[in-house]
Write a protein that binds this ligand. Structure first.
Ligand code: CP
Ligand code: NVA
Length: 303
């Protein structure tokens, strides 16, 4: 069972604002060290278990490379070739895996699964994306904002599109890092009511994307159909048509506004190539920061 001293990272609310800010600063330092060729192996002989029930490029490579750079290692586990996929209870898997590794990272569907795993795990559990949240991505996004523009506190962020896992994590980030968040989502695709309400007055829901991006310092979007919603793609493409982040929409944001997207992106759908490949976009730094931000998180949770 999880002891009260085992820290998990299932949502951004599991750490304090000070701890999150410390992780962002550490991520910036670790990035400089990595770029400068400094060898830093604080997790020698430590092992990260990585459970992936959904596809991934960035998350898998960043966690695996991060553990290798830290002197440790990572084990990739998919439902196809573990007993988890054959119905072994989460509670049993959590007890066994956590008796062998130093931390477990999970990407899955229901958020409740990572909560249950954490409850029975004796080592830190990291949410690497659920249907409801993607907190690791927010560490990378905030790091990218800080690197390009300084503190995000007091700034205005516009979320355009689906009220999905990334949107929910932006709501939590607004609470923790102290920025305003304007969300423009089509009717019926808004973020979950209880998550948005918990964000308090910093969160504004509108239906008009132009209103959402007005005086925004950062504009963010994500795919219209997330993993697990593939068969809704055609319907969603129709419904979300007015929510594309393109040059016309970006023109309503602040002139020095940044554009972010967690990737993978669909050019011509949620974002135009002119924006994602244009001057406002910092998506490549954002993606690279997954490595540095998660190394800072692993160092914080495991040591
Ligand atoms: N942004 C992100 O989590 O990417 P992957 O799905 O490639 O891991
Ligand atoms: N909302 C997307 C994010 C992918 C990183 C999904 O869940 O598929």
């Amino acid at each position: 069972m999880s002891s009260t001293s085992t820290r998990h990272f299932l949502t951004l609310l599991d750490l304090s604002t000070e701890e999150l800010e410390q992780i962002i600063q550490r991520a910036i330092e670790l990035k400089e060290m990595q770029h400068g060729g400094t060898i830093h192996e604080p997790l020698k002989n430590r092992v990260l278990g990585m459970i992936f029930e959904k596809s991934s490029t960035r998350t898998r490579v960043s966690f695996e490379a991060g553990m290798a750079q830290f002197g440790g290692s990572a084990i990739f586990l998919s439902p196809r070739d573990t007993q988890l996929g054959r119905g072994e209870p989460i509670e049993d898997s959590a007890r066994v895996l956590s008796s062998m590794v130093d931390a477990v990272m999970i990407r899955t569907f229901e958020h409740e699964k990572v909560e249950r795993f954490a409850e029975y795990s004796s080592v830190p559990v990291i949410n690497a994306l659920t249907d409801d949240y993607h907190p690791c991505q927010l560490l990378a996004d905030v790091q990218a904002y800080v690197e390009h523009r300084g503190s995000i506190r007091g700034k205005t962020v516009a979320w355009i599109g689906d009220g999905n896992n990334m949107c929910h994590s932006y709501i939590n980030a607004a609470r923790q890092f102290g920025f305003r968040l304007n969300i423009a989502a089509p009717e019926g695709y808004e973020p979950k009511r209880e998550i948005a309400d918990a964000g308090g007055p910093a969160i504004t829901l509108v239906s008009d994307p132009v209103e959402a991006v007005s005086s925004a310092d950062l504009v963010v979007t994500d795919v219209w159909a997330s993993m697990g919603q593939e068969e809704e793609s055609d319907t969603r493409n129709e419904i979300f048509r007015e929510y594309q982040v393109n040059e016309m929409l970006m023109a309503h944001a602040n002139s020095d506004a940044l554009f972010m997207h967690c990737l993978p992106a669909h050019r011509g759908e949620e974002v135009s190539s002119g924006v994602i490949d244009g001057p406002h976009s910092v998506v490549w730094d954002e993606a690279e920061n997954r490595l540095h931000a998660q190394k800072a998180l692993l160092e914080f949770l495991i040591r």
